[in-house]
Structure formats: structure tokens, C-alpha cells
Write a protein that binds this ligand. Structure first.
Ligand code: PEP
Ligand code: MN
Length: 337
């Protein structure tokens, strides 16, 4: 349930509402907007079902919420949330770009990639150190050595670090090096990992599962939020369909859906979304036009020798072209890049 306070409700009115909820064992979640305050109610469904709040002063109306996800829903929190990743704001006027290789391979590779990424105007260096590969015989990542390289090279270039976490026992380790945890598509419903990230101190980027519905995805985010970590960024990275020309089908309608259903920011990954470097630029443009808050893009100095995802990686030159082109679309959308 949400309790919509009237614009003239006083602080005492809101306190009374909160106290009443507390006395019956429910949690109040306040969203203070420019116009009015919304009180989200969380707890036992039966108690909420019998709750009578309309009589309290300052209450305009109560609305029952049918969806299971609450903290991440726009009903609970009507205004957009801007997630602050160590000073970089995701969900504000400026679009955020995360770029770098699929996997961290070596110091030389990462340095070349980071230089290009920085020159192009990205704020984050991406790169996997723990790689969830389809085959156990494929390159699995450099683990902690990869994390160290990421931090070092990002710092050399004034970039933030986003990297994937695949195991809840690595939260502390990855958190020592990363600014933003990435939950990959294959772990979107790893509920133990999500619960543990709910207790983590750093923000989380939650990629959409390979075949996840929007509702499953929002519920996965709710796991993180319910643990106390509400700094969540969604990432649409394509879903499995019957189409085989592309690696995945990039579902840009998810951007509009998430914007409608949630207050949290969303970025788009046109690299995994298509699997073909030739399609990255047009889909990046489309993502910005659809209202995405940013992009995550694979860039490799030598895609032909990449240890993973070379087919979908941009060269530094093509990344630069993409970035200069995006400014025009961003401007139309009232955003900067
Ligand atoms: C990645 O970002 O390199 C990755 C493995 O992505 P996804 O989880 O979307 O497949
Ligand atoms: Mn990849």
C-alpha cells in the first residue's frame, strides 16, 4: 500500500502516519517529493489488508499495490532517483558511459582501452575479472589480478570501475577495487548474491537475465533494495528470442517500461544486446533516444585477438566516432554526454 499525503500535510501528520504503522508492526518508507510526501508501507499482507489510514489528518488517499516489488517501484517513489557512484551521477541530465574490454587480459591491453575510453568521454572503465563463460574451456578471467589492473588503470585515467561479481563470497574483495558492482545476466536471479549485495556499501548495476521478464527483473532488484541497498542501476542487455542473426534481441521497449514502473536509472548494453560491433553504434543511438540514462559498451584495442567478445567490441576509433555522434541525439533528448 502507499499512503499519499496531501500537499498541505504537516510534519506532525507524517509522524502520526509513521507511528501508527510502527505500532502495528509495519515499515514506513518515505518518499519526499517537491509537492507531496508518499509513504510506502511494507510488511505483513494481512495487517496491511486491515489497515485504515484514510481518517488520519493530512492523508489524501491510500492506494493498494498489486505488484510484489515495492521499494523499486515508481508508485512508492514517484520522482526519478539519481544513483551517485563515487561522485558520478547516474540518472541525471548527463548520460553516463561505461566502456572497456569484455575481459581484463593484460596491463597493456587495459591501458590502451582505458586511454581510448577516457578520450572518448566515458566516465567508467568496464572489464571482467571473473568471467561467466558458457564453456569451462574458455578464458575465465584474471580474478584478483584483473581487479588490481582495473583499479590501477582506471586511477591512471581518472575513471570509475565497474566489474562483474559472480559469487557472494567475493563481495568484499570486489568492493576493494570496484566502484560499481555488476550483476551479470546469468546471475540476475542468484538470490543469495542479490541478498548479500543488499547489505553491500557500493551501488549495483543489475543486468537483465537472458530470458527474464520485466517483472522478474524488477523483483530481482527488490531483493537488493529490501536488504537496504537502494543504489541500483538497471541494464538492458538483450534477451533470448528465436532470432539468431544477432546474439540477443536488444529490447529497447524495456527502457520505456522500466521508466514507467521504476524510479531507478537504466543503462543499455548494445554490445551484448546485438553481439555485432557493426550494430553497436545505431543501437546506442536508439537507446539514448528511447530515454536510457547511459550505455555500457565493449571497446578493445585489437578486437581480432580479444579473449572474449571480440565480435562485438569496438575499436578505439569506432568508439570515438560513436561518442561524437551521440551528442546530437543527447541534445534532442535534453541530455548531455
Ligand atoms: C559482460 O558484461 O561482459 C557480460 C558477461 O554481460 P552479460 O552478463 O550481460 O552477458
Ligand atoms: Mn562481454
Amino acid at each position: 500500500m502507499i499512503i499519499v499525503m496531501s500537499p498541505s500535510a504537516t510534519k506532525e501528520d507524517i509522524d502520526k502516519v509513521e507511528n501508527k504503522l510502527k505500532t502495528v508492526g509495519l515499515q514506513a518508507h518515505l518518499s519526499v517529493g517537491a509537492e507531496r510526501t508518499i509513504v510506502g508501507v511494507i510488511g505483513d499482507k494481512k495487517i496491511i489488508g486491515n489497515l485504515e489510514m484514510n481518517m488520519l489528518p493530512g492523508v489524501e488517499k491510500t492506494v493498494r499495490i498489486t505488484e510484489k516489488y515495492k521499494l523499486v517501484s515508481r508508485e512508492f517513489h514517484p520522482e526519478n532517483t539519481v544513483v551517485d557512484v563515487d561522485g558520478v551521477k547516474v540518472g541525471g541530465e548527463q548520460l553516463v558511459v561505461m566502456a572497456g574490454p569484455c575481459s581484463v587480459e593484460s596491463l597493456e591491453q587495459l591501458r590502451e582501452a582505458a586511454k581510448a575510453v577516457k578520450e572518448g568521454g566515458a566516465q567508467f572503465l568496464r572489464g571482467g575479472a571473473f568471467k561467466p563463460r558458457t564453456s569451462p574451456y574458455d578464458f575465465q578471467g584474471l580474478a584478483e589480478d584483473g581487479l588490481k589492473l582495473l583499479r590501477q588503470v582506471a586511477d591512471e585515467n581518472g575513471l570509475k570501475v565497474v566489474t562483474e561479481i559472480v559469487d557472494k563470497d567475493d563481495i568484499e574483495l570486489v568492493g576493494q577495487y570496484a566502484d560499481l558492482y555488476q550483476v551479470g545476466a546469468r546471475n540476475m536471479q542468484n538470490f543469495q548474491l542479490l541478498k548479500a549485495l543488499g547489505k553491500a556499501k557500493k551501488p549495483v548495476m543489475l543486468k537483465r537475465g537472458l530470458s527474464a521478464t520485466i517483472s522478474e527483473w524488477l523483483n530481482a532488484a527488490e531483493y537488493i533494495a529490501a536488504g537496504g541497498n537502494e543504489n541500483i542501476i538497471f541494464c538492458e542487455r538483450g534477451i533470448r528470442t528465436y532470432e539468431t542473426y544477432t546474439r540477443n534481441t536488444l529490447d529497447l521497449s524495456a527502457v520505456a517500461a522500466v521508466k514507467e514502473l521504476s524510479h531507478l536509472p537504466i543503462v543499455v548494453d548494445p554490445s551484448h544486446g546485438t553481439g555485432r560491433w557493426q550494430m553497436v553504434q545505431p543501437m546506442a543511438r536508439a537507446a539514448v533516444a528511447a530515454g536510457a540514462d547511459g550505455l555500457i559498451i565493449e571497446v578493445h584495442p585489437h578486437p581480432e585477438v580479444a579473449l572474449s567478445d571480440g565480435d562485438q567490441s569496438l575499436t578505439p576509433k569506432n568508439f570515438n566516432l560513436l561518442m561524437s555522434d551521440l551528442g546530437k541525439i543527447a541534445a534532442v533528448m535534453g541530455r548531455t554526454i
